[in-house]
Design a protein around this ligand. Structure first.
Ligand code: FES
Length: 321
């Protein structure tokens, strides 16, 4: 996908305040047709015109993949973020025309799994909602362990309990409840795949625990879209297109390239998929890598960069783009 990739023209059909922090948005096709089919765990990139600033944020689809009459996403308000979630919360209303990308799935159910073990934290519940809606009618074995800060902020707890009953386990932080991960992982049947989506600390904890207990790498799946961090502005030279671009304090290199008319590839826009990987032609300074994609060695070598999330500090950065 790139900034020039085809988009779907949609109308906002519904906006629901789910709790103090979360709003749910439903999009339908403006031409009245069905949405493209998708599989559980997929996301779309929502295009926003935030008073002249173009924002493109990825959000997991949470609606039933069997229902192509519309797509639903949930957005957690982030007061400290760069503005995408605030735009969605403050300015997106029913009837509004928007554009979204075609769905992409970086977090699908693994067809080899004999059982799917889902671990969610906070707003990380959304991809599991479409995954469970997909797996239930297929008769697939799954179980959800969902950690929330409080019941008031635990989005969709009642809906999940109603739909999936004893397959749903809720842990409320403020009640001192926590997932007993070691015992959960040690009692799973052979062939179980583990999926985690939530805050970085939770993902790191789950992955490290599973690895330490000998779970094969290809049975542990995670998804986290990192928000591009803010920082000092800097200059980047683009060798292939012959352009010099300024990356603003609240802008990613990818966004600065797009604003300069350079069509760069992306899928997740959150440092997770590898699609935007770009070779560094020259680096006189220090690259601040913020992605999950490059290895530690690749990061240290300063020969590659993920422009969707990483930043630069120094005299000169030349990229092969
Ligand atoms: S677009 Fe996915 S890592 Fe940059």
């Amino acid at each position: 996908m790139s900034v020039g990739a085809p988009r779907i023209d949609v109308t906002v059909a519904e906006v629901v305040q789910v709790n103090d922090l979360i709003k749910r948005f439903r999009f339908v096709r403006t031409d009245g047709g069905p949405m493209p089919t998708f599989s559980g765990g997929a996301h779309v990139v929502v295009d926003m015109d935030d008073h002249g600033t173009r924002r493109m944020n990825p959000y997991s689809l949470m609606s039933d993949p069997g229902d192509v009459s519309g797509y639903e996403i949930s957005v957690r308000r982030d007061e400290a973020g760069r503005g995408g979630s605030l735009y969605m919360h403050r300015h997106v209303t029913p009837g509004m025309a928007m554009q979204i990308s075609y769905p992409v799935n970086l977090f699908p159910a693994d067809a080899r799994a004999k059982k799917h073990l889902f671990l969610a934290g906070g707003i990380g519940i959304t991809p599991f909602m479409s995954l469970m809606a997909q797996l239930q009618p297929m008769g697939q074995r799954f179980e959800l362990h969902y950690a929330v800060r409080s019941l008031a902020l635990g989005a969709y707890v009642d809906r999940l309990r109603d739909a999936y009953a004893e397959r749903v386990h809720i842990y409320v932080d403020e009640k001192g409840e926590a997932i007993d991960l070691k015992s959960l992982l040690s009692t799973q049947p052979l062939g179980t795949h583990l999926y985690v989506c939530g805050p970085k600390g939770m993902i790191d904890w789950v992955k490290a625990t599973a690895t330490g207990m000998g779970w094969p790498k290809n049975t542990v799946h995670s998804e986290e879209f990192l928000a591009p961090p803010v920082g000092q502005p800097f200059q980047v030279e683009l060798a292939a297109s012959g352009k010099s671009i300024k990356v603003g304090a609240a802008q990613s290199i990818l966004e600065a390239m797009e604003a300069a008319g350079v069509d760069a590839p992306y899928l997740c826009r959150g440092g997770a998929c590898g699609q935007c990987e770009t070779a560094v032609v020259r680096c006189d300074g220090h690259i601040h890598h913020h992605d999950h994609w490059l290895s530690d060695d690749e990061k240290a070598s300063q020969t590659k960069i993920m422009p969707c999330v990483s930043r630069f500090e120094g005299k000169a950065l030349v990229l092969d783009r």
